[in-house]
Design a protein around this ligand. Structure first.
Ligand SMILES: Cc1ncc(C[n+]2csc(CCOP(=O)(O)OP(=O)(O)O)c2C)c(N)n1
Ligand SMILES: [Mg+2]
Length: 574
């Protein structure tokens, strides 16, 4: 479709750019308000009006950045993020870094002043090209459109180039000169849209030359490569080696579980791996890696995804005599503890017979024995009165970290989504939760406590499974991203519960050795105590609020609500 002509070249260019992104299958845009980016923002609003894009508007660009990240994670497709110039751009940096380390495609479009107005103290003008350093796969700094012939083709070519480069975040810095926009309208009839990005992305065909403008190539991340990497289709054959274990970190996905089964290997899968299920799952992998006849029998480790939740896994890989094969998963850096990984491969196939079932079986039963069950199972021989009494006691019991993560896990089904914030609760979850095939996400690229509610909102807004998204976070993680609770008038309010384990500060630091010896300064600078009234915050931002003091109240709260709800769970510090 030829984009409508408009009087402002800024608008004509912006419409042509979005038109091409939409044609190629991009469906989601997140933006923050601003004057310099008005042509892009108004164009995005118009594409949404005619049903060709979904648009989310957030006033805080840090929130918008993580919201876009959550949408991209859930839809497995690139998301456009639009901001004005100045500090607005810098507010995207945390989400860009997380996207870079996790390989999440974000198309960051920042508005800027023309070159002639840069470097002379113009209002809201800083050095934007290159601001994200090597955290973006590629950067373009594009001169302002002037209305000369061929500019809309250049805009379309830029969109194609950007999408082709978006294996993680990319940065389009677009200069705009006055007039910054002019009115225009798209035809009402919705154009035929592609159903999936895979249907529309240009295949291996040669891509057009980069658009005229100043393309700043970002340093490409270093990629170690393995020796002897093999077969023509890029798949590495895994032969049977006694003592093999499969490790699955964040973003590993179901292939890790399959390979563990095909090899007959214990599956040491983190709770966020997307492979935390199946007959070979070993929940108590930390303990067993340090136990005689288990950890010391390991000879080979196959790693999927990015393991971050234990010290034992990187320690294992650094032991003498261990061979490690890492299957890449699209992140910026290869996982390589102590530089001891023997091979990096793109994919694996299992060759030959699995190990005897006793190898994985021993790990699985030892793990079950170690984890046990905190839920006191009712004794069927006991009389009815005693049974009722013990059930009542369980319902009234205080919530602990373990019962909190177990209750959230129980309440979550395949059509739901679970987002785990960084800090203690995710570690507790990883230590005790049994296998269940549900979708779990955590920002483990850099494991920041920032942006967790925003990310969860992005996931909740994009999930088409009509379930509930639950974000389980600590109190500091909640307060860090409290601005994400703001829904502007008319912005969609998804089915989401933010469950806050409130222990009054950062209790993860209590586990540091220094906690024993440090003076009173420890409380101030590490624990960072807080007593913010979460109920009042919920009221201020228009969220439903529930407080769960007991396990019974928690179970009720987790299954009760439909709209955005905060569930506060007081937790003891120790
Ligand atoms: C953006 C960012 N700042 C600081 C940190 C360091 N950090 C890790 S955990 C944590 C405390 C988290 O406290 P809370 O969310 O209450 O969880 P708790 O440990 O109490 O369960 C901090 C500050 C981080 N990971 N990310
Ligand atoms: Mg806390």
């Amino acid at each position: 479709m030829t984009p409508p002509r408009s009087e402002a070249p800024a608008t004509t260019f912006s419409v042509a750019l979005l038109e091409e992104f939409v044609r190629l299958g991009v469906r989601d845009v997140v933006l923050g308000p601003g004057s310099r980016s008005q042509a892009l923002a108004l164009a995005a609003a118009e594409f949404e009006r005619v049903g060709r894009l979904r648009l989310r508007v957030r006033i805080d660009e840090r929130v918008g950045g993580f919201l876009a990240l959550g949408i991209a994670v859930e839809t497995v497709a690139p998301v456009i993020l639009i901001t004005t110039s100045g500090t607005a751009v810098a507010n995207l940096h945390p989400a860009v870094l997380e996207a870079h380390h996790s390989g999440v495609p974000l198309i960051v479009i920042t508005a800027d002043r023309p070159d002639s107005l840069r470097g002379i103290g113009s209002n809201q003008t800083t050095e934007q090209p290159g601001i994200f350093g090597s955290a973006v796969r590629r950067t373009w700094d594009v001169a302002p459109p002037t209305g000369r012939p061929g500019e809309t083709d250049a805009a379309a070519a830029l969109a194609r180039d950007a999408l082709a480069a978006a294996t993680g975040p990319v940065h389009l810095n677009l200069a705009f000169a006055e007039p910054l926009s002019s009115p225009f309208a798209l035809p009402d009839a919705p154009a035929k849209v592609a159903t999936s990005i895979a249907d529309t992305l240009p295949a291996a065909a040669p891509l057009p030359e980069p658009v005229e403008g100043n393309a700043v190539e970002a340093q490409s991340p270093s990629r170690a490569s393995g020796d002897g990497f093999s077969s023509g289709d890029g798949t590495f054959p895994l032969h049977q080696v006694p003592g093999t274990v499969v490790v699955a970190g964040t973003l590993a996905g179901p292939r890790a579980e399959e390979v563990a089964r095909e090899l007959g290997a214990p599956l040491l899968a983190e709770v966020t791996s997307g492979a935390h299920y199946g007959p070979n799952l070993v929940v108590a992998y930390r303990d067993l890696l340090n136990a005689a006849n288990f950890g010391d029998r390991v000879s080979r480790v196959i790693v999927f995804g990015h393991p971050t939740l234990s010290r034992e896994v990187p320690a294992l890989i650094q032991r003498d005599g261990i061979e490690t094969v890492v299957v890449r998963h699209g992140s910026a850096e290869d996982y390589n503890p102590g530089h001891r990984v023997s091979r990096f491969v793109e994919a694996v196939t299992v060759v030959g017979e699995p190990e005897p079932p006793s190898w994985a079986g021993r790990w699985v039963s030892a793990s079950r024995a170690l984890i046990g069950d905190v839920d006191t199972a009712p004794d069927i021989d006991a009389d009815a009165g005693a049974h009722a009494k013990s059930e009542l006691a369980a319902v009234r019991a205080e919530v602990t970290r373990r019962t909190l993560v177990e209750a959230v896990w129980r309440a979550t089904w395949p059509h739901d989504r679970l987002v785990l914030g960084a800090s203690r609760l995710i570690r507790e979850a990883d230590k005790v939760l049994s296998g269940k095939r549900i979708t779990v996400h955590a920002n483990r690229g850099l494991a920041g406590i920032d942006g967790t509610i925003s990310t969860a909102l992005g996931i909740a807004l994009s999930s088409t499974d009509r379930g509930t998204t639950r974000a389980l976070v600590g109190d500091l993680t909640f307060l860090h991203d409290v601005g994400a609770l703001l829904f502007g008038e008319g912005e969609e309010r998804p089915r989401i519960q933010v469950i806050v384990g409130n222990d009054g500060g950062g209790t993860i630091f209590d586990a540091l050795e220094v906690a024993e010896s440090a003076g009173p300064g420890f409380e101030r600078v590490l624990y960072t105590p807080q007593r913010a009234p979460i109920e009042a915050l919920a009221a201020a931002y228009g969220w439903e609020y529930r407080r769960a003091d007991s396990r019974g109240q928690l179970d009720q709260a987790l299954t009760a609500s439909a709209g955005p709800t905060i569930v506060e769970v007081p937790l003891p510090r120790r």
